[in-house]
Design a protein around this ligand. Structure first.
Ligand SMILES: *[C@@H]1O[C@H](CO)[C@@H](O)[C@H](O)[C@H]1NC(C)=O
Ligand SMILES: *[C@@H]1O[C@H](CO)[C@@H](O)[C@H](O)[C@H]1NC(C)=O
Ligand SMILES: *[C@@H]1O[C@H](CO)[C@@H](O)[C@H](O)[C@H]1NC(C)=O
Ligand SMILES: *[C@@H]1O[C@H](CO)[C@@H](O)[C@H](O)[C@H]1NC(C)=O
Ligand SMILES: *[C@@H]1O[C@H](CO)[C@@H](O)[C@H](O)[C@H]1NC(C)=O
Ligand SMILES: *[C@@H]1O[C@H](CO)[C@@H](O)[C@H](O)[C@H]1NC(C)=O
Ligand SMILES: *[C@@H]1O[C@H](CO)[C@@H](O)[C@H](O)[C@H]1NC(C)=O
Ligand SMILES: *[C@@H]1O[C@H](CO)[C@@H](O)[C@H](O)[C@H]1NC(C)=O
Length: 456
């Protein structure tokens, strides 16, 4: 057996979880197994947004819960290259969370907010932790290829989608130093103000960091210092230095993050990394806006025909929302962006209020009662529980009218507290850090089920 390419795996649990977004806007889950397909097409209107106020934060509401749900603890044991220096064993738990966050059919729908940020954080932590032994904050070309492939195999073995590198645009080059001139740990520490960097980032305030940018500024400053070294080298005749400056700073940023991950416990590092990536995530609208001609036609000319206008708008928004789950803050950005596009097409009346478009309309709908599922603005993970299945947190405090932009300009950033006055900004957005019991009814643990087929 030893050394041969023998398949050591003959028992694996394969989770096949298909999520169909049905035309009638309800959330359908189809359970497939490789041969037969039982489709559970239940409307999710059994979902109740209220849970006991005394409940601890685990009351998953079992929606369409399979009984009993077979655990997929015995996942595929992947065949690894043996050529990767990363210690996957030391981060077993984190890898399991990452696989769950990127679970098969959910991965594309959660890619932007949950899955890919978690994949990136996990890779940074793996390299950071290994640097304690290798003294380098990057992998070389060959090693990076092996490591990325091993990493993917481990995740896929635990139920993750098998096209993660494509979904998350991760390439093996992302594990190298790229164009950053420094990756040696001691050189790093003698180049940047490392005590200051660590102090700024070891305990970030994930609610306020996005606006205050204490850690982000320290990371940027450190990245600039590292990138600057390329020019010092240039005078010594290095050709290595010809890369574009901003992309070099960007590559150095990855090196800085890995260094931070080497100084922090993995769980703290994850919190910091996911918190930082959510700053970027919440600033944009991740949805792609297809051609608006139909809405412009329906709503043009001073909304002469309201039925037609609202019909076309509703149809447009319901197509948009099928793209992915978005956070509450992303939904605000999407509403603003669509509003600006319509204003620029001379639709200046507030069609959101005319047509009762609310924030939740910008995210996937989970029921005939139109409970939207906006993800919280703070980082969250998908949870797999043997009895309840797959769950993730939705902020249900989302039934607020989509704000119509005051002008054809995008509104100021949500950090500008004097300029942003949104009625009832979703709870998490306004500064909640933990799901304490008094806020439990803002949340719904949406439980969507997994169907498992065990292949032996
Ligand atoms: C998982 O595999 C181990 C060893 O292969 C076995 O002992 C255990 O019973 C299996 N568990 C399940 C739930 O299949
Ligand atoms: C990997 O990490 C585990 C747990 O932290 C440790 O027991 C093991 O020795 C490490 N392996 C290597 C090759 O460093
Ligand atoms: C993995 O994601 C792709 C989207 O890139 C999707 O087409 C595919 O169905 C997913 N795989 C599974 C097993 O659901
Ligand atoms: C890449 O790194 C590995 C592990 O650190 C090392 O064994 C290998 O020689 C390196 N390859 C090159 C081309 O430097
Ligand atoms: C990996 O690198 C490519 C190009 O260098 C970049 O476009 C991409 O965003 C990077 N991916 C991640 C996850 O950082
Ligand atoms: C408004 O549009 C609808 C659908 O296009 C159409 O059936 C209806 O006759 C129109 N009403 C008026 C008053 O034009
Ligand atoms: C908007 O209306 C103005 C004035 O009525 C007109 O000049 C302009 O061409 C219109 N723009 C579009 C995109 O229809
Ligand atoms: C915040 O918005 C107000 C009003 O739009 C503007 O005057 C002010 O300059 C903005 N502040 C910042 C820091 O952007």
């Amino acid at each position: 057996m030893a050394g041969g390419p023998a398949r050591i795996v003959n028992l694996f649990a394969l989770i096949e979880l298909m999520l169909l977004l049905c035309t009638h806007k309800s959330f359908c889950v189809s359970m497939t197994n490789s041969k037969s397909s039982i489709q559970a097409d239940k409307k999710a209107d059994v979902l109740l947004p209220y849970t006991s106020p005394t409940a601890s934060p685990q009351p998953f509401l079992p929606l369409l819960a399979p009984s009993p749900l077979t655990p997929f603890t015995n996942s595929t044991i992947p065949q690894l290259s043996g050529l990767c220096v990363l210690n996957f064993t030391s981060l077993t738990n984190m890898l399991t969370v990452t696989s769950t966050d990127c679970m098969a059919a959910f991965a594309p729908l959660l890619a932007n907010v949950v899955c890919c940020p978690q994949v990136e954080a996990t890779l940074v932590i793996l390299i950071g932790q290994s640097s304690k032994y290798t003294n380098t904050l990057s992998l070389n070309g060959t090693t990076s290829t092996h490591c990325l492939s091993d990493f993917e195999q481990i995740l896929v073995g635990q139920g993750a989608n098998d096209s993660l590198s494509k979904i998350c645009s991760v390439h093996s080059s992302n594990l190298t130093e790229g164009s950053c001139p420094v990756s040696d740990v001691s050189e790093f520490e003698s180049t940047v103000d490392s005590p200051n960097l660590l102090a700024a980032c070891e305990k970030i305030d994930i609610v306020n960091e996005c606006c205050q940018q204490i850690c982000q500024n320290a990371i940027l400053e450190a990245s600039r210092k590292l990138a600057q070294k390329a020019y010092n080298l240039l005078t010594l005749g290095e050709t290595h230095a010809l890369s574009d400056h901003s992309s070099r700073i960007n590559d150095c940023k990855s090196v800085v993050l890995r260094w931070l991950a080497s100084k922090l416990a993995p769980s703290r590092a994850k919190e910091v990394l996911r918190g930082l990536s959510n700053c970027g995530i919440n600033k944009v609208c991740p949805l792609k806006f297809p051609n608006l001609d139909h809405v412009i036609k329906g709503c043009g000319g001073g909304i002469s025909n309201r039925t037609e206008c609202c019909g076309s708008l509703e149809s447009y928004v319901s197509h948009l929302q099928r793209q992915s789950f978005v956070t509450n803050l992303q939904a605000l950005n999407c509403a603003a962006l669509l509003g600006v596009k319509l204003s620029r097409a001379n639709i200046t009346e507030n069609v959101y209020s005319q047509c009762r478009v609310s924030l939740k309309d910008f995210s996937l709908q989970v029921g005939a009662q139109e409970s939207g599922c906006l993800l919280p603005s703070l980082p969250s993970d998908v949870v797999f529980d043997r009895t309840t299945g797959v769950s993730f947190v939705c902020d249900l405090n989302d039934n607020i009218p989509a704000p119509w932009p005051a002008s054809s300009q995008l509104p100021p950033s949500s950090c500008n507290k004097t300029a942003v006055k949104i009625p009832a900004l979703p709870a998490v957005a306004s500064g909640q850090t933990s799901f304490d019991s008094s806020d439990m009814n803002s949340f719904l643990y949406l439980t969507v089920l997994a169907a498992l087929s065990i292949l032996i």
